[in-house]
Design a protein around this ligand. Structure first.
Ligand code: GRF
Length: 197
């Protein structure tokens, strides 16, 4: 299974994928890692000898042009799946349609609770006692799409956004890797597409 992974930040989810899936021994090959800006995630890919690319919004006239450029860059690597592993940009419906049912995102909450860019902060502010991570298929709506897997993480009394996020990320990395492993072996996700409420 050829993967193109998109990142924006520290890339610890990517590193977990490199360490456990991109070993040359299983069916998964990370053929390229892309980002919207230079970041540690890209450095991790480079260190593992994986091809990298940057498609920066600032270098394109508008969002649509950026989306098309990103789509072209990803498609040029002929991926079976595209993984958003901490990719902090929203792609448009055209991008999603170019890789139908093949884009996987990881999100640090139990969706459909706390979608968006501040999921951990929002969960903490709401006062939930259990949160977690979700790996799901990407559809045109943000943080929506069939859920492939979830893991629960308890919120501690003295958690800060960063301590809680670190604990979620530990569980999230395992969840992402095990879900991609399952997908690479041809198994279906636990969540078949279902009607939305
Ligand atoms: C993850 O929690 C991801 O779900 C969120 O940002 C974090 C990325 O972490 N969108 P990393 O870059 O993989 O370390």
């Amino acid at each position: 299974m050829r993967l193109v992974v998109l990142v924006s930040g520290s890339g610890t989810n990517l590193q977990a994928m490199i360490d456990t899936l991109h070993t040359g021994e299983g069916p998964v090959e990370i053929v390229a890692v892309g980002a919207d800006k230079p970041c540690t995630g890209l450095d991790r890919a480079g260190a593992a000898g994986i091809e990298t690319f940057v498609v920066a919004p600032s270098e394109h006239a508008d969002r649509a042009a950026w989306n098309r450029a990103l789509q072209r860059a990803v498609a040029s690597h002929r991926p079976d799946r595209v993984v958003f592993a901490g990719f902090m940009r929203i792609v448009d419906a055209e991008f999603e349609a170019a890789f139908p049912g093949a884009i996987v995102n990881t999100h640090p909450s139990l969706l459909p609770s706390f979608p968006g860019a501040h999921a951990v902060r929002d969960a903490l502010a709401y006062g939930v006692k259990i949160t977690g991570a979700t790996v799901h298929e990407v559809v045109a709506d943000v943080d929506a799409g069939p859920i492939l897997a979830q893991v629960a993480v308890a919120v501690a009394e003295d958690d800060t956004e960063s301590s809680l996020h670190e604990r979620i990320k530990t569980a999230e990395r395992e969840l992402l890797v095990s879900t991609l492993d399952r997908l690479s072996r041809g198994a279906h996700g636990s969540g078949e597409p279902r009607p939305r409420p």
